[in-house]
Design a binder for this molecule. Structure first.
Ligand SMILES: Cc1cc2nc3c(=O)[nH]c(=O)nc-3n(C[C@H](O)[C@H](O)[C@H](O)COP(=O)(O)OP(=O)(O)OC[C@H]3O[C@@H](n4cnc5c(N)ncnc54)[C@H](O)[C@@H]3O)c2cc1C
Length: 393
């Protein structure tokens, strides 16, 4: 149910409250015991992804007729936040799947593609979103992966880099160009199924943070896909990429919000337990002020994430707010996680305690789905467009 506009942003409806607490409880009971091992092993504990499907977290906005939960984008943000309080690496799987892959299909797929993929995405098939390449990150539309049209479909050749969920995914939204000379107007999206001949998963990255999440190279060598795999229209892939990433950024904001909340919670608990000079360190004003400053910044991020997600659900413009949210949430997450390490003292620097992982996980928030500089470019364009010529007089 949509949030009535006259209510405070952070006041959740009964359904939202129940949903958030269910996901948070799942994260605490089923994910938390495995976080350290998953980080060390660089993989999810067996059965975890299946549990995410069973809980309805992989088809949050998919309509009930396709087996989904028919929730809102705000619900997706709540799920990402709740999981990130415990493990941002698990949350990124849920985030990419819901806010990029499912949303791209809901918006751009034809009825046959929806019928084919949405029930699977809601129940057992993980999605991945393959845009970046070695030579094109921020300049995403400089991509080189080639799609050549022939009678029966398209032949894909090229390599993708940094693709989240690659190891778990069954469906890869893959961006390729029909005509490199046409620039962004050649870019076209395809629905490539795992196991398609000529398509293989390459090298898996050994990362600083969110290590349990798989990030891999994809290799396309004369990979033939049928004409029915084309998502949207030929040459319109850039529009799909821009529009899905615009909303995806709110998901990353939610991930960074949950991460900061998780780091704060551990720091506050530790500060009440750890004793120095005969009392808990939480009784020293300097430590209290650190925790108070962290909490204040988290509250600001929460307002931004919730507002951007609710704007999206209300079909209001949200591009500026989404970019601001990701920019600021990733800054706050990094700062809060860093301060949490300091509250833990030496224990913050070792893997026996949770603080250092949040710090490592936070860094990627400033990089993926558009670096901070890319967010600033979007924000600058939006705010300068609306800046008054008379200085606001
Ligand atoms: C863990 C992880 C998961 C990822 N998952 C996915 C995924 O699932 N799918 C996918 O497609 N991609 C994914 N990515 C890729 C990610 O989106 C890119 O890494 C990101 O867009 C940055 O591109 P780049 O790494 O090529 O950096 P570059 O574009 O080379 O940027 C390097 C630096 O230069 C700056 N810079 C570049 N151009 C400008 C400019 N014009 N003005 C100012 N500064 C500039 C950047 O801000 C940055 O600081 C993932 C990346 C990581 C690390």
């Amino acid at each position: 149910m949509a949030h009535p506009t006259h209510l405070p942003l952070t006041l959740l409806s009964e359904e939202e409250t129940f949903f958030f607490s269910t996901v948070r409880q799942f994260a605490v009971e089923k994910i938390a015991p495995h976080v350290r091992q998953m980080d060390a092993d660089q993989q999810f504990t067996p059965g975890l992804v299946k549990q995410l499907f069973e809980l309805g977290l992989m088809g949050i906005e998919v309509s009930e007729k396709f087996g989904g939960a028919e929730g809102t984008f705000f619900d997706a943000a709540l799920a990402i936040e709740a999981i990130s309080t415990v493990d941002p690496a698990v949350a990124v799987l849920v985030d990419v799947h819901n806010t990029l892959v499912v949303n791209a299909l809901r918006r751009w797929a034809n009825p046959a593609q929806m019928q084919q993929w949405l029930p699977r995405l809601a129940t057992d098939t993980v999605g991945a979103y393959a845009l970046s390449e070695a030579g094109s990150g921020s300049d995403a539309f400089g991509l080189q992966t080639r799609a050549e049209k022939f009678e029966d479909g398209y032949r894909l050749n090229g390599r993708k880099l940094w693709i989240s969920n690659a190891r778990e995914a069954g469906l890869f939204i893959t961006f390729a160009t029909l005509d490199p000379a046409a620039g962004y107007k050649g870019i076209t999206a395809f629905l490539v199924e795992k196991g398609t001949p000529g398509f293989t998963i390459g090298h898996k990255e050994d990362k600083l943070g969110i290590r349990a999440s798989s990030t891999c190279e994809l290799v396309f060598e004369d990979c033939v896909v049928g004409a029915q795999t084309l998502l949207g229209e030929p040459g319109k892939g850039y529009k799909i990429a821009i529009e899905t990433l615009n909303e995806g950024r709110i998901g990353i904001g939610a991930q960074m919000l949950g991460l900061a909340e998780g780091a704060w919670g551990h720091a506050a608990k530790y500060a009440k337990e750890r004793r120095q000079f005969g009392k808990p360190i939480a009784e020293f004003q300097a430590v209290q002020f650190t925790l108070a400053q962290m909490a204040t910044e988290i509250e600001a991020v929460k307002l931004m994430v919730y507002n951007a997600a609710r704007l999206k659900d209300a079909k209001q413009p949200y591009v500026k707010e989404a970019a601001m949210t990701k920019l600021f949430a990733s800054q706050v997450a990094e700062r809060v996680a860093s301060q949490s390490v300091e509250v833990f003292g030496g224990n913050g620097f070792v893997r026996d305690y949770p603080a250092e992982k949040y710090y490592r996980d936070a860094k990627v928030g400033k990089i993926y789905e558009g670096t901070s500089n890319m967010q600033l470019m979007t924000i600058a364009k939006q705010v300068l467009k609306g800046a008054p010529n008379d200085g606001g007089a």
